[in-house]
Design a protein around this ligand. Structure first.
Ligand code: PLP
Length: 407
C-alpha cells in the first residue's frame, strides 16, 4: 500500500486498458498503453465532428474548435504553463527539438551544450547543425553512475554558448537530472534551456514555471496519449521572437505573391492540417493522468523498481546482473536497465517474451553514442508504469533468475 494508490486502485485502473490481458508490459519508456477514455475520445472526433479547424464556419468546425481549445488548456494545466498560446502541438518530442534547432538562428561557431546521455532526438539535430551551419556541440560529461555532473556542466559554458538542451529524465537508466539547477546556472550566463521531457512528463509532476524552463518538449504516446502527437512548450516572449520552422497553411495571416504576414503563436508553428483527433486525445490523456495523480504514478514506479532491485539483489551484488545507473532505486524512477553477464541482451528479451509474455526492450534505446563510448551494444530495459503490479515484477524477477541459471 502507498498513500491513496492501493492495489485495488491499480486493479481498477488496469480495466481501463483494453489491450492488457495476460501479457506483462514492461516497455512503457518506449510507449505507454492507451486507456479506453483516450480511445473513445479519438473515436468521438471521427464519429461526431470530423472537420477542419479554423477554415469553415459550421457546427462540426465550431465543436472541433471548442475541443482543440479545451485540449490546449488541459495540456497547459498539466505542465503549469502560464498561457494556452505557449503550447505548440507537434508530432512528437523529436519534432519539438527540431523546431528549436531550425528556428533558433544558430550561426557558425555558436555553441550548444548537451549532456553525454542524450537520445538521438536531442543529439542528431545539433550534429546536423554542426555540419550545415558550423555550430559547436559541447558535450557535458555525466558521472560514472549516470547522475548529472554540475561541475562539468558549469565548465561547459563559454562566451559563445547560445543554448543548453538536456534531458530531464534519461531513457537509458531513469536518472532524473537536476534541471532546476541546470536552468539556474544557464540563466546566470543568459542562455536559454530546452528540456527534453519525453521521459519526465509521463512519470511525475512537471512544472515548467517552477523549473523556469524556456522550452520543453514531450510526446503524447508515452503518457497514455495517441501516437503522432506531441508538445513543445515555450515561454511566450521567446516563442514570439522565434522564427518559423515549417510554414504554409495556417501559419500566416495573409500572403501576396511575394510576401506574407506570419500568424501569432501558437498557430505560427502549427503548419498544415493538424492531427485533431490526436490533440483532443492528448487532452484526454492529461485529464486521465491527473485523475490517477502524478505523485501516485512516480511513487508507484519507484516502489516497483525497489521491489525488483531487491528481488535481484544477490544477482546484482555478485555481478551476474549489471544495472545501468545508480543502485538506489529512488534515482532510477521506473526504469530497470540491465545486462546479464555473458548473455546477449536481445536473447534475454526474446526469452522473456516467448516464455512468459514479458515485454521489454533490448538495444541502445536510441542513445547509441552513450553505449558506443562504453563499447556496449545496449541493455535490456524493463520500464514500469502505474498499471504494472507487484505480481508482474515477481514473475519477471523469477524469469531473470531462471535465465541466469540456464546461462
Ligand atoms: C529521452 C527521450 N527523448 C526523446 C525521445 C523521442 O521521442 P519521440 O520518438 O516520441 O519523438 C525519447 C523516446 O524514447 C526519449 O526517451
Amino acid at each position: 500500500m502507498f498513500g491513496l494508490f492501493s492495489a485495488e486502485k491499480i486493479r481498477e485502473a488496469r480495466k481501463d486498458f483494453p489491450v492488457l490481458k495476460d501479457e506483462i508490459y514492461f516497455d512503457n519508456a518506449c510507449m505507454s498503453l492507451k486507456p479506453i477514455q483516450v480511445i473513445n475520445k479519438l473515436n468521438e472526433y471521427y464519429t461526431q465532428y470530423t472537420a477542419c479547424l479554423g477554415r469553415s464556419n459550421h457546427a462540426f468546425a465550431r465543436k472541433l474548435t471548442e475541443e482543440i481549445d479545451k485540449a490546449r488548456s488541459e495540456v497547459r494545466k498539466f505542465i503549469n504553463a502560464k498561457e494556452d498560446s505557449e503550447i505548440i502541438f507537434t508530432r512528437n518530442t523529436t519534432e519539438g527539438i527540431n523546431l528549436i534547432a531550425n528556428s533558433f538562428g544558430l550561426k557558425k561557431e555558436d555553441e550548444v551544450i548537451i549532456s553525454d546521455k542524450e537520445h538521438n532526438s536531442n543529439l542528431i539535430p545539433w550534429l546536423k547543425l554542426k555540419k550545415t551551419a558550423g555550430i559547436k556541440v559541447v558535450i557535458s560529461k555525466t558521472n560514472d553512475d549516470g547522475t548529472f555532473n554540475l561541475e562539468n556542466f558549469r565548465k561547459s559554458f563559454s562566451g559563445r554558448t547560445r543554448l543548453v538542451s538536456v534531458i530531464y529524465t534519461s531513457n537509458i537508466d531513469g536518472v532524473t537530472n537536476p534541471v532546476k539547477e541546470i536552468i539556474k546556472i544557464s540563466h546566470l550566463h543568459k542562455v536559454p534551456v530546452l528540456v527534453d521531457a519525453a521521459q519526465a512528463v509521463p512519470s511525475f509532476e512537471v512544472d515548467v514555471r517552477k523549473i523556469d524552463a524556456d522550452f520543453l518538449a514531450f510526446s503524447g504516446h508515452k503518457m497514455c496519449g495517441p501516437s503522432g502527437i506531441g508538445v513543445l512548450y515555450g515561454k511566450k516572449q521567446l516563442l514570439e521572437k522565434l522564427d518559423q520552422f515549417l510554414v504554409g497553411g495556417e501559419t500566416v495571416q495573409d500572403s501576396t505573391y511575394d510576401s506574407y504576414i506570419p500568424e501569432k503563436i501558437p498557430n505560427k508553428f502549427e503548419a498544415g492540417l493538424q492531427d485533431y483527433a490526436g490533440i483532443i486525445g492528448l487532452g484526454e490523456a492529461c485529464r486521465y493522468l491527473r485523475k490517477i495523480g502524478m505523485n501516485n504514478i512516480s511513487r508507484h514506479e519507484i516502489k516497483l523498481n525497489a521491489l525488483l532491485t531487491n528481488l535481484l539483489n544477490d544477482e546484482i551484488d555478485t555481478g551476474k546482473i549489471k544495472i545501468l545507473g545508480p543502485k538506489d532505486t529512488k534515482q532510477r524512477g521506473g526504469i530497470f536497465s540491465f545486462i546479464i553477464e555473458g548473455i546477449d541482451i536481445h536473447h534475454v528479451s526474446r526469452i522473456l517474451d516467448s516464455s512468459k509474455k514479458i515485454m521489454t526492450r533490448s538495444g541502445a534505446h536510441c542513445v547509441h553514442s552513450w553505449f558506443n563510448a562504453r563499447n556496449l551494444n545496449g541493455s535490456v530495459r524493463a520500464s514500469l508504469y502505474f498499471y504494472n503490479t507487484e505480481d508482474e515484477v515477481r514473475k519477471f524477477a523469477e524469469e531473470i533468475q531462471k535465465i541466469i541459471k540456464l546461462g
